[in-house]
Design a protein around this ligand. Structure first.
Ligand code: SF4
Length: 373
């Protein structure tokens, strides 16, 4: 295989990793560029767009995660890029103005640290040989040593390691070779600690990702970990990746559910992103999230609407006099609209939400919870 053949295969396999500088739209994190599936347009967290070269270094894995299409017993063609090939290919795209940053991940080639050497090696060539100062996102491999993680942090703009499941019991049901405490939580805790405020690596962003619906975890369990990751563990973003039918081993819970209703897991993923947004941007506390008796978010309503319906005592909110925190609780009003409301109020009384650009579904949602006082 030449380098382009390998990139074609490895970038296809990298689509399951969503943790990067993505936008907030539901499908933005699954987009691919027209030049090749390894060139990946993204929205940056601070606004603006860029294009990343996103690929695995290798799809040859020695692990057995039952939710993963790359697991060792899956039958498909394996290949590996050398660090020099990855770095050379990226610099070529950079010079042609086709890619401006890089996202590198890999399956586990024998041992975690052997794999980390390859990933970090590609980043080192970019930084040292080519003097590249731009965005590099490196995946930390489960089970990586402390030294390999520190090396990664010294090279990267952002790092991620997939937490996969909320807790060790769910993880043990999906992987016999990896140990959740040793291979997942230990490195995640270290990554969070080493990138905390005032530390040597505080400029490096840490993110992680859950696999949704492969096993029997509930949204309540997931959100419990989401709050821990943002709170004490210092993570900047949590991503959710819906289990996709046919990608894992036959017989796992995700396969049975997908056979019954293939679209449901994507709606569940969407609801988790909405709940995550409430946690990060709206100040919702963990015990304010509304879950059904099955421990899951409601699929028929967004989580903010579910909260509003459960708290009629908090409404109506006064559009012209209520404080920011109260306005943010109104279904249909997001942080940007609330900012516009607060600015418009300084000029005079607001008589119509439409005048601030709030229309359609959002307006209909909000109006039932507001009065124009
Ligand atoms: S270690 Fe990663 S690549 Fe390998 S089977 Fe598990 S999830 Fe897949």
């Amino acid at each position: 295989m030449d380098v382009i053949d390998k990139l074609r295969a490895l970038s296809r396999d990298s689509r399951y990793d969503l943790a990067c500088a993505c936008g907030g739209g539901r499908e933005e994190h699954r987009k691919r560029g027209p030049e090749g599936r390894w060139l990946y347009p993204v929205v940056l967290p601070g606004g603006g767009h860029t294009v990343l070269l996103k690929t695995l270094i290798s799809n040859a894995c020695s692990n057995d995660c039952k939710y993963c299409p790359l697991r060792s017993d899956a039958d498909f063609r394996r290949c590996t890029l050398s660090p020099e090939e990855v770095a050379g290919m990226f610099i070529n795209y950079l010079r042609r103005g086709l890619a401006f940053g890089v996202f590198l991940s890999s399956s586990v080639m024998g041992s975690p640290d052997f794999t980390m050497e390859r990933i970090n090696g590609a980043a080192r060539i970019l930084r040292r040989k080519y003097g590249f100062r731009g965005y590099i996102h490196l995946k930390v491999i489960p089970g990586a040593s402390d030294a390999a993680i520190e090396d990664s942090l010294s090279l990267a703009s952002a790092v991620s390691l997939n937490i996969e499941t909320p807790g060790k019991l769910h993880f043990a049901a999906l992987s016999r070779k990896k140990d959740w405490d040793r291979d997942i939580m230990r490195p995640l805790v270290l990554m969070g600690r080493l990138t905390g405020r005032g530390t040597r690596f505080s400029r490096v962003k840490c993110t992680t990702q859950f696999i949704i619906g492969a096993g029997d975890e509930t949204d309540l369990e997931i959100m419990d970990y989401v709050y821990r990751l943002y709170g004490g563990m210092n993570f900047r973003r949590v991503y959710f990746s819906a289990y996709q039918k046919g990608s894992g081993a036959p017989g796992i819970p995700g396969e049975r559910r997908a056979a019954a209703d293939p679209g449901q897991v994507f709606l569940r993923e969407h609801r988790l992103y909405q709940a995550d947004f409430l946690a990060r941007r709206y100040g919702f506390k963990k015990d304010e999230m509304v879950f059904g008796t099955d421990g899951n978010l409601r699929l028929d309503k967004d989580p903010k609407m579910a909260w509003a319906e459960a708290h009629p005592e908090c409404f109506p909110v006064r559009l012209n006099t209520s404080v920011r925190e109260e306005l943010l609780r109104v279904p249909g009003l997001g942080p940007e609209t609330v900012k516009l409301i607060l600015a418009a109020r300084r000029e005079g009384k607001i008589r119509r939400l439409e005048d601030l650009g709030c229309t359609g579904k959002r307006l209909r949602k909000a109006e039932g919870y507001l009065i124009y006082e």
